[in-house]
Design a protein around this ligand. Structure first.
Ligand SMILES: *Cc1c(COP(=O)(O)O)cnc(C)c1O
Length: 398
């Protein structure tokens, strides 16, 4: 028996096989990458941007996926990161130094705001929060302002900033502008509006099945790309080829999933709007929403995410309602096929008006389960909230 069970001649043997024409991009798993010469090994850093030097810094399937994301975002260069959070934070780590100042939208991803408050402040970078629905940053610009970070529609409360105008103001000032486009993947191309850096959470609709954590940073400028890539290299950040494969699979159905999620979300938003216990439905792609006008300037469609602010009710009643849902599971990180509810106390959002802060906000992700079951779940939930007696099945047919 051949004791040599290691595939030392793998590359030669694969090359000698007939062409294999499957539909999936082959998965390349690697830490080590082999070099043919001493010189190639010594100069392997030269391959950081365009070649392959170590599994952590890219494999063919990861580069392939990055190119697909760049196409969707409408940019030139994409860099995969381990999470959406790391994608949003990477530009700050790459571009800022002690003494710098940044501007960030109040409704940006919570952990990113925490990063500014508890991490950047320690290294001497100050930040200013701007209103969730800011249309200008003129008042907040300082001589030291280097970077502006927006998120539209923002997390939970989904306000939209006037990104194009703010990008113009940032550029006049010599600052760069980065947008967390987690909500808008596949629904907008933000470079058209002057955005320099577009970050995304591929954990959401890109992968689409709640089984991957990944993020992306896309830019048009080669020097900016190299700076981001060098920073992620120094931080030891990378993604797995298996995860890239799952993202590529998800992307194939992104368009049809988004439109089906959105179709359902609109019907549910209309229904929620008629419920007596609902203070406000937040669904920017729905005509009539407070920010639908601004939304339509930037986005061409919706998805399955919406928020609902409840009228004042006792905590126990709201908790009973949320825990009683059968279809809507309690959880974060939307974008999969399952329906989710994320309950948050209104007073978490200091920018909402007094009345809205008194109650609860439920962020719903409308999944792809039986639509009738989802509707029934919400009907029962709101009946609980109103403390009406729910008819027993079989006694009073619905
Ligand atoms: C989910 C999300 C993130 C974080 O993405 P992860 O991959 O879960 O780290 C960042 N920003 C926004 C707006 C998000 O919705």
């Amino acid at each position: 028996m051949d004791k040599n069970i290691f595939p030392v001649d793998m590359h030669d043997r694969l090359k000698s096989m007939p062409e294999f024409m499957g539909f999936a991009v082959p998965i390349h798993r690697a830490s080590t990458i082999k070099f043919n010469t001493v010189e190639e090994f010594i100069n392997r850093r030269d391959r950081l941007f365009d070649g392959f030097s170590y599994g952590l810094y890219g494999t063919p399937i990861i580069r392939y996926m990055e190119q697909e994301i760049a196409k969707i975002e409408g940019g030139e260069y994409c860099l995969a990161t381990p999470s959406g959070l790391s994608a949003v934070n990477l530009p700050m780590l790459a571009l800022l130094k002690s003494g710098d100042h940044i501007i960030i939208a109040q409704n940006a991803y919570g952990t990113t705001r925490e990063f500014c408050k508890n991490f950047l402040s320690r290294i001497g970078v100050r930040h200013t929060l701007i209103p969730a629905d800011a249309t200008s940053i003129q008042q907040s610009l300082e001589p030291a302002t280097r970077l502006v970070i927006l998120e539209s529609p923002g997390s939970y409360t989904m306000e939209i900033q006037d990104m194009q105008r703010i990008a113009y103001e940032a550029h006049q000032h010599g600052a760069l502008i980065s947008v967390d486009n987690a909500w808008g993947l596949g629904l907008t191309q933000l470079f058209k509006f002057g955005i320099d850096i577009v970050c995304n959470a591929l954990s959401k609709y890109a992968s689409g099945h709640s089984d991957v954590c990944m993020g992306s940073v896309t830019v048009n400028d080669r020097a900016l790309y190299e700076r981001l890539k060098t920073t992620s290299f120094m931080l030891g950040e990378g993604v797995s080829s298996d995860s890239a494969s799952l993202v590529l699979r998800g992307l194939q159905t992104l368009e049809v999933r988004l439109s089906e999620h959105a179709k359902r979300a609109l019907v549910i938003a209309d229904w929620l709007d008629k419920q007596p216990m609902v203070e406000r439905v937040i669904c920017p792609f729905r005509p009539g929403d407070r920010q639908h006008g601004l939304f339509s300037q930037y986005f061409r469609g919706g998805n399955g995410l919406l928020s609902v602010i409840l009228k004042k009710a006792t905590d126990s009643r709201v908790i009973e309602m949320v825990e009683g849902f059968k279809m809507f599971k309690i959880g974060a990180s939307w974008g999969g096929t399952h329906s989710l509810v994320a309950p948050v106390r209104g007073n978490t959002f200091s920018w909402l008006d007094m009345r809205e802060r008194e109650s609860w906000l439920l962020r719903l992700h409308i999944g792809l389960e039986s639509f009738e079951a989802l509707q029934h779940d919400l009907e029962e939930g709101f009946a609980t909230l109103c403390a009406q007696k729910i008819p027993e099945p079989g006694i009073a047919p619905r």
